[in-house]
Design a protein around this ligand. Structure first.
Ligand code: SF4
Length: 441
């Protein structure tokens, strides 16, 4: 006899936006097969934990989440980056039902089928065509490739995720179209190295509507710009071919925003880090981009305390920051990751020096960010609304990516809707956020 209730799965998604996209894909497939999502572990038939294994602190968080799922439920399937090295999980939680690495969707689904067979036949109509999204409906991450061809010495992502595998442009564009048709207003283009898109498939063209589109960074960005949604480019490196995309920004086709994880500025450290585009004349390139597109917002991340980083390397980085005037910055203290090549470099920087440098960089950057933000006071900015308040709603301008950048708080006499894009007059800036009022719809 067929069971009446649908099997319930509780899902924990840890890690970066790229892992979130993996989670969305797994959940979409599960929903298509008739599984339901449970809100809590203890009401569920099993738990899936999508882990992050990038830094030791992320591994600890992942292990903690697995422990919680084991205690509250007991039937646990683990996937994601930490699953690529299962020994630690097996040792801590021998009762875990299955462990798989990132992007192994089929293996995760097989494990779920074994532990908790579906009660319905697969019935794809149960799922909306754009899939299930964990991100709010008005923005969505669009993953254009998996893996990475670079070999940054502090990073084990290529080991975990393998070399670059780009999706055909036509496939990416079909997904983007479905998302926009379903109401998505902002597409966040992600991958490990967005500027390397298509290198592995020799920029092969694929069919899209009545034409062929090549798997090139510029060609894809241009086509995405045709949907009329905000298109935000993340994880780009400053290669010369990125210059072409700045033209699309000035035409309003893609957002004047680039997330470039520079990680450092000192040539010696960049070399030791084996960073992509480390030889490029980055400051000159930034200057030229800003001349061409004065509204360009740059976000970046930096690592302080990398092995061998001297006082003068660090001073170089601070001067560089001052000159580059990066709008938004995240900073991490170097952490040795098990399996990373940088562990063999020696010359570790003491923890207290890392902390001092972190404090100094954040203090310096705060001033730069605040200065750049202040220039927006008195201007009009388009703002996409993320959260509604009784009189003041929270949104983001084109310069703010969700979850990582600042916000714009806008007051309005008429109630706003989540996902609505309004024009706001900016009246005030504080260290990270802007405040203003609606001046048009
Ligand atoms: S670009 Fe470097 S840091 Fe980024 S995923 Fe590739 S190897 Fe890791």
């Amino acid at each position: 006899m067929q069971q009446a209730a649908a099997p319930k799965v509780s899902f924990v998604s840890l890690g970066c936006p790229k892992a979130l996209v993996d989670s969305e894909r797994i959940i979409t497939r599960l929903r298509a097969e008739g599984y339901e999502l449970a809100r809590k572990h203890d009401g569920a038939d099993l738990v899936i934990v999508n882990t992050c294994g990038f830094l030791d602190s992320a591994k600890q968080e992942s292990l903690g989440a697995i422990g919680e799922a084991m205690a509250e439920n007991g039937k646990v399937i683990v996937t994601g980056c930490m699953g690529a090295e299962p020994e630690q999980i097996e040792a801590a939680y021998p009762g875990v039902l299955s462990i798989t690495g990132p992007q192994q969707y089929e293996s995760v689904l097989d494990a779920v089928h074994r532990a908790l067979p579906p009660v319905h036949n697969p019935h794809l109509d149960l799922v909306p065509p754009q899939g299930i999204k964990l991100t709010p409906r008005h923005y969505a991450y669009l993953k254009i490739s998996e893996g990475c061809n670079n070999r940054c010495s502090f990073c084990i992502i290529p080991k975990l995720r393998g070399d670059l595998v780009s999706r055909p442009a036509g496939e990416v564009l079909r997904e983007a179209e479905k998302l926009v048709t379903a109401g998505v207003k902002e597409l966040l283009v992600i991958s490990q190295d967005t500027s390397a898109y298509g290198v592995d498939i020799k920029y092969a063209a694929s069919p899209w509507k009545d034409r062929e589109v090549r798997a090139r960074f510029f060609d894809l960005a241009k086509e995405l710009g045709e949907f009329g949604a905000w298109v935000r480019l993340q994880y780009v490196y400053p290669y010369p071919h990125v210059d072409e995309v700045i033209g699309l920004m000035t035409q309003g086709k893609v957002l004047p925003y680039l997330d470039i994880p520079f990680q450092h500025a000192s040539p010696e450290i960049l070399k030791a880090m084996k960073r992509p585009a480390a030889q490029e004349k980055t400051l000159a390139r930034i200057k030229q981009w800003r001349e061409q597109c004065p509204d360009l917002t740059l976000r970046s991340t930096f690592i302080v305390g990398f092995p061998g980083e001297t006082d003068s390397d660090f001073a170089y980085l601070l001067d560089w920051l001052e000159e580059a005037e990066i709008d938004r910055v995240g900073c991490f203290k170097y952490e040795p990751v098990a399996g990373a090549a940088s562990n063999a470099l020696g010359r570790a920087v003491p923890e207290e020096v890392k902390q001092e440098r972190w404090n100094a960089l954040m203090a310096r950057q705060q001033k730069i960010s605040a200065r750049r933000l202040k220039r927006k006071v008195g201007t009009r900015q388009q703002v996409i609304i993320d959260e509604i308040g009784p009189t003041v709603s929270k949104g983001r301008s084109k310069a703010d990516a969700p979850q990582i950048d600042g916000a714009v708080y806008v007051s309005s006499r008429r109630p706003l809707r989540v996902g609505e894009i309004v024009t706001a007059k900016i009246e005030r800036a504080d260290e990270y956020d802007l405040h203003g009022s609606v001046a048009g719809f």
